[in-house]
Design a binder for this molecule. Structure first.
Ligand SMILES: Nc1nc2c(ncn2[C@@H]2O[C@H](COP(=O)(O)OP(=O)(O)OP(=O)(O)O)[C@@H](O)[C@H]2O)c(=O)[nH]1
Length: 234
């Protein structure tokens, strides 16, 4: 995995820690929530309004792992319309991690990950593949999901992908997933208490989402969904 050690200070202050730097690329169809995930990862903010990413956008996430290991993730948010574009391979090239994102309420966005994954493999060609994660977003809409967890797990297993279920909207599992990805890239094994401590340190207020709770059309809405909305997430 590509890794760069550097000092990230504004000046040459000797106190500035040494960061492990990794390029992380978010890929997936338009409107699956890549920008929302990046802003949740990095700014702990969520915007309801959809603003299409043209080309790409950049974010930076700094994480301190157990053992005082400082990690800087350069997050490349690639617009979903780039799939047919000539620049896509250039965007993917040199990444340490690729996060394949889909919207659990949009089956097509899941199916199209075959194409996104193919493009990643083609970019890396004979060279080792980066860390690749499968990220199911919009988990707050689990009551209208179109992609069953079984399908997700099968795709992840078949392609040897790390697997995450998140909601950029509520923040559910977002900080945990990025913390885990940072640790995996840095080669740090996290214990459960370490992961929980990180999440507890950065509470995100879960937003109440209006679900049709007792709608007979969505009988699968259950107590877990309701509890999820009320929890505090990292
Ligand atoms: N309910 C819900 N909506 C979400 C979630 N994440 C994103 N959205 C909404 O989905 C829409 C698209 O989100 P974006 O983050 O702009 O999607 P994108 O994948 O970056 O889209 P492109 O720029 O076209 O590639 C926006 O209206 C978001 O508010 C989520 O977890 N839950």
């Amino acid at each position: 995995m590509a890794e760069l050690r550097t000092q990230l200070g504004e000046d040459d202050d000797e106190e500035e820690p040494e960061y492990l730097q990794f390029k992380v690329v978010l890929l997936g169809d338009g409107a699956v929530g890549k920008t929302s995930l990046a802003t949740r990862f990095c700014e702990d903010h969520f915007a309801k309004q959809y603003k299409q990413t043209i080309g790409l956008d950049f974010f930076v996430k700094r994480v301190v792992l157990p053992g005082d290991i400082h990690v800087c993730l350069q997050i490349w948010d690639i617009g979903g319309q780039s799939i047919g574009g000539k620049m896509l391979s250039n965007y993917i090239y040199g990444s340490s991690a690729v996060i394949l994102c889909y919207d659990i309420t949009n089956y097509q966005s899941f199916q199209n990950l075959e194409d996104w994954l193919f493009l990643v493999k083609r970019t890396f060609d004979q060279t080792p593949l980066p860390y690749i994660a499968l990220m199911a977003n919009k988990h707050d809409l689990a009551h209208i999901r179109a992609v069953k967890p079984d399908k997700h797990n099968q795709f992840a297993e078949e392609n040897d992908l790390y697997s995450y279920f998140v909601s950029a909207r509520t923040g559910d599992q977002v900080q945990t997933s990025i913390f885990r990805i940072a640790a995996d890239l840095a080669g740090v094994t996290l214990t459960k208490p370490e992961l929980e401590a990180e999440v507890a340190q950065r509470p995100t207020r879960a937003e109440l989402v209006n679900h049709p709770r007792h709608d007979p059309a969505h009988p699968e809405v259950n107590a877990d969904d309701i509890a999820r909305e009320r929890r505090w997430f990292g």
